[in-house]
Design a protein around this ligand. Sequence first.
Ligand code: RIB
Length: 292
Amino acid sequence: MITVVGSINMDLVVGTERFPKQGETVLGNLYTTVPGGKGANQAVAAARLGAKVGMIGAVGTDPFGDELALNLENEGVDTSDVKRVEGPSGIANILLTESDNRIIVVPGANHKLMPEDIEQCEQAIGSSDLIVLQLEIPIPSVLRTLEIAHRHGVPAILNPAPADGFTDVFLQYEPILTPNENEAAMMFGETWEQALEAHPNRLIVTLGKEGARYYDGERHVRVPGIRVNAVDTTGAGDTFNGALAVALAEEMPMKGAIRFANAAASLSVEQFGAQGGMPGREETMRRLQLTE
Ligand code: RIB
């Protein structure tokens, strides 16, 4: 069982040919709402790849809350530890152009997932094969999860996004960290490459279409990405993390696990929406074989 502890958002997506400059108004060409949130995305990615997945999180009492919980259930994710809290669900305002996106998250219910809620889920955390976390819930709740998982000997992947919530205190629990290059620079400074050697097999820096880098204890490894025609890169990192969790829970070696995650992420960007293009197992294996 993979347990994802994290955010559940409704993504309010606005498409535009170009981002407006400061003080400028432009006309958009799309508005839609789709389920998102880094935690929920990672849970859905892992579930589509065949893992048994449980989610610990919070949604609001608004209609988005119903929709978001139902979406997770339809994807086969166990939502018994998703709590309902008074007030609005988390939302993400996503501005989308053909080549880029800009996201503002308003946490809503996600910020009401407190350390006491996490403690109530100790049994679920302690009996998991692997825990997956991000930083869109309160940091004390992330810390409590890491502490419980560590005490039970359960490995954790911490996707440190948004990276301004990152603190060195997390490191004592030895999570596998999966920042992108910008996040790595925020966490370890512009010379983040030096940090790879200090965290062998535990610091995986994703490089978008260039793949990912890590240090295996003896040498630096770059696992190349798979180049595709991207339609929407929202959720690509989440697909990578969900797939990495599946692969590591199945005890694949790190390099193979990253190749699997790269293949899943490459498929995810070929369709619209954070969860829209997340692939199943067969599709991912086919893409993997094509690149061998
Ligand atoms: O990583 C993409 C996700 O970030 C979106 O789905 C949005 O909800 C934000 O959490």
